[in-house]
Design a binder for this molecule. Sequence first.
Ligand code: 2AM
Length: 181
Amino acid sequence: MSAGSHVVRLFLALWPCAAVRNQLIKLAQQLENDCSGRRIRPENLHLTLVFIGETEHRNIQTICQAATTIHHAPFNLTLDKAGFWKKAEVAVAGTNQCPAALTAFVQDLRRVLSALKIRCDATHSFTPHVTLLRNVRQCKLSDPIAAIDWPVTHWSLVQSRQTPTGSVYQSLADWALEPRE
Ligand code: 2AM
């Protein structure tokens, strides 16, 4: 990155509709009984598709232009398991079966970013999850969870700002999932 360039912290994500968010909030409340840690603010609940991290501001426009060329059909995601990731100190909602459509979509996003020479975290395998609690030191997950059915219809480019009171996420643009005609 050139010196003095305007840098932003970005990621691509799925943002839940109100119905899904409410179920995630309920699950986070339930997990709070089993784990230490603090709940993610409801407005921050999301599922990261691709983490881009610090990148030049002009890449926002580049990504927005490229996004219009990405075509995928909507799909359903079922969040049906809770997890405790000890190293990251988080409790998450995850899935026993990542839909093939989601895997293909993420692969496509990584491919497009790579073609644009925009660096992103493509080294880790994609494990879909919604972080529900942070700073979790101990956690004893007791019951199986009530499955959350998430009809995935949109995806977003999100800017993350670190503030003294925590991360603030702002959606810069979002797109409907639509199959190629
Ligand atoms: P997490 O919820 O599992 O922490 C914004 O930081 C979003 O990007 C979060 O959903 C976070 O996932 C995800 N993310 C993925 N890789 C990251 C990284 N290397 N640093 C920070 N956030 C990352």
